[in-house]
Structures are given as structure tokens and as C-alpha cells.
Design a protein around this ligand. Structure first.
Ligand SMILES: NC(=O)c1ccc[n+]([C@@H]2O[C@H](COP(=O)([O-])OP(=O)(O)OC[C@H]3O[C@@H](n4cnc5c(N)ncnc54)[C@H](OP(=O)(O)O)[C@@H]3O)[C@@H](O)[C@H]2O)c1
Length: 276
């Protein structure tokens, strides 16, 4: 997609990958609808981005898991900019919980945000995209949505579910010229690990995982918006990790079991989880 003049709605834009993605899009003359729950952070970001020539950023406070917020936010974006060309479903939370100590309330809350939130946002922008016969949806999954990690089964399952959703609607929406990109970041230096539904975990000890900056991942999302691949990875490491997991799943099981066995077993020291 050619970006100049386009309107992009980004969920989870108040910090981390979402805020970095907004900054990366703001290198172009675009309209940005920025959604999250943290009003002050969103307002600060919008103010910053509105300094850029020909960039119009609008903070929209809302919770993706609340149907009424989803409707209000999409209506406000359409009201301000007339159309939505790109939806980046980025809002997401994590949790660490071994199966023997599952907190079902938190697990359901996680799915409400990571899966149902993305689904509701997509549904809400579709009438406009269908009418304009053009649109792009970028679903921010994770490499752990391709190879699940021990101790974070619910988070991984939510990303596997998101991938299935992307795969299904990619074909379903083809007649309307609406494209769908699945985006798979690996460990990224954000406050994700502090914002886990199960409480913060220490950042140290990222194991073998290569850590990307949020800025790098944000720029990769913008590249994905321009090139519109089916699947996109911010780094070669992320792509190779997923490829190796598909080619040698037993070897990956063995490696992960070994790493976790030598760990504190509290779920907070699983190598790929640390950057979250
Ligand atoms: N960091 C990593 O290593 C990593 C790796 C792979 C994939 N990811 C994925 O990347 C995405 C962004 O994560 P991040 O690392 O940037 O985490 P983050 O720094 O914790 O940011 C999460 C964003 O999601 C928003 N959010 C959370 N719950 C929300 C809700 N109910 N409604 C609306 N917005 C909500 C937060 O804003 P408010 O709190 O203001 O609502 C925040 O802007 C997530 O989908 C995550 O699963 C992250």
C-alpha cells in the first residue's frame, strides 16, 4: 500500500510496539488514530506526532475488549478522517501460568484482549473497507504463536488463535480487496513483562533470544504495510526460530525442556519470555 494520505488505526498505541509503530508511520504524511486505555500517554504521543508536517494524530481512549469502546473508537476515527485504510491489531497482554496453577479469570481476560479484541476491531472497520473496496489488516501475533513456550500456554494459544483468524479472513475478504498480514515479533524490549496479567517478572536473563528494539519492530510493521506480505517477521532470527521449530519440533522440545529444567521453575525465567 502507498502510505501518503492514508488513515491508520493502531490499537495498543500508548506504549511499546504500538507507540513505536505510530512514530514509524509518522515519517509519512498520514492520519493516525491511536487507541489504548491510557489517556495521558496517548495524548502525549498524539501531541508529539502532530508536530510532524502533514501528520494528523488523534488519541482515542478505549478498551479493545469492550464492544461499546470498539464501536465508539472506530466511529470517532471515521468521523475525524472519513475512512480507515489500515488497522494494526497490536493491543495485547501476556501472562505466565503453569497449567497446575491456572487463573481462569485472567486467562479469559487475556483472550478477551488478544483474540476477541482483535476480532471485534476487525469486524468494526470492515463495513468501511468493504465500501471503499480497499483495506489492510495487520495482526500482531508473536513467534510464540508459531512455536508455543512452556509456562505461557494461554498467551501462546491466544496468538495461535489470532493466526487462525488471520488465515481464515485473508481468503474470506479477498473479494473485497482487503488484505491481511500476520506479523510475528520475537522478544522486543518493551514493558510487556511488567504489564503481564499475572504480575511483573524481572527483565534479566533473555537466554538465547535476540532482542529487538520497539523502534525496529515498528519500522518492520510499516514495511509490512507497504509490501503486504502474507507473513512478516521483524528479524531473521524470528524467521529462523519459527522455521527451525517447524522442521525440528522434537529438537525444540528437547532444547526448551533442558532450559526450563535448569531454571527456577516459577515461570519467570523461560528464555523466550523474558523480553515480553
Ligand atoms: N514485547 C515482546 O517481546 C513481544 C513479542 C511478541 C509479540 N508481542 C506483541 O506485541 C503487542 C504489543 O506488545 P508490547 O510489547 O508493545 O507490550 P506493552 O508495552 O505492554 O504494550 C501493550 C499495549 O497494549 C495496550 N493494551 C493492553 N490492553 C489493552 C486493552 N484492553 N485495550 C486497549 N489497549 C490495550 C496497552 O495500552 P493501555 O495499557 O494504555 O491500554 C499498550 O499500549 C502485543 O500484542 C504483544 O503480544 C510482544
Amino acid at each position: 500500500m502507498k502510505l501518503p494520505g492514508k488513515t491508520i488505526l493502531i490499537t495498543g498505541a500508548s506504549q511499546g510496539i504500538g507507540a513505536a509503530t505510530a512514530r514509524a508511520f509518522a515519517a509519512y504524511p498520514v492520519n493516525l488514530a491511536l487507541m489504548a486505555r491510557s489517556k495521558d500517554l496517548l495524548q502525549g504521543l498524539a501531541q508529539e506526532l502532530n508536530q510532524q508536517p502533514d501528520v494528523h494524530a488523534l488519541p482515542l481512549v478505549g478498551d479493545v475488549s469492550r464492544p461499546e469502546d470498539v464501536k465508539t473508537v472506530v466511529a470517532a476515527a471515521l468521523d475525524a478522517f472519513g475512512r480507515i485504510d489500515i488497522l494494526v491489531n497490536n493491543a495485547g497482554v501476556g501472562m505466565q501460568s503453569p497449567i497446575t496453577a491456572m487463573d481462569y479469570e485472567k486467562a479469559r481476560r487475556l483472550f478477551d484482549i488478544n483474540f476477541w479484541g482483535a476480532l471485534m476491531m476487525t469486524e468494526a472497520v470492515l463495513p468501511g473497507m468493504r465500501a471503499q473496496k480497499d483495506g489492510l489488516i495487520i495482526n500482531v501475533s508473536s513467534i510464540v504463536g508459531r512455536r508455543a513456550m512452556p509456562g505461557m500456554s494461554v498467551y501462546c494459544a491466544s496468538k495461535f488463535a489470532l493466526n487462525a483468524f488471520s488465515e481464515s479472513i485473508r481468503v474470506e475478504l479477498r473479494p473485497d480487496h482487503i488484505r491481511v498480514v500476520s506479523f510475528y515479533p520475537g522478544v522486543t524490549a518493551t514493558h510487556f513483562h511488567r504489564n503481564l496479567l499475572t504480575g511483573p517478572v524481572p527483565e534479566a536473563g533473555r537466554g538465547l533470544a535476540k532482542v529487538s528494539s520497539a523502534e525496529h519492530v515498528g519500522r518492520a510493521i510499516v514495511r509490512a504495510a507497504i509490501k503486504e506480505p502474507r507473513d512478516a517477521y521483524p528479524t531473521l532470527f524470528d524467521r529462523v526460530f519459527v522455521g527451525a521449530s517447524v522442521l525440528a519440533p522434537r529438537l525444540m522440545d528437547w532444547l526448551l525442556a533442558k532450559t526450563v529444567a535448569g531454571d527456577t521453575n516459577d515461570g519467570s525465567s523461560i528464555p523466550m519470555e523474558k523480553g515480553h
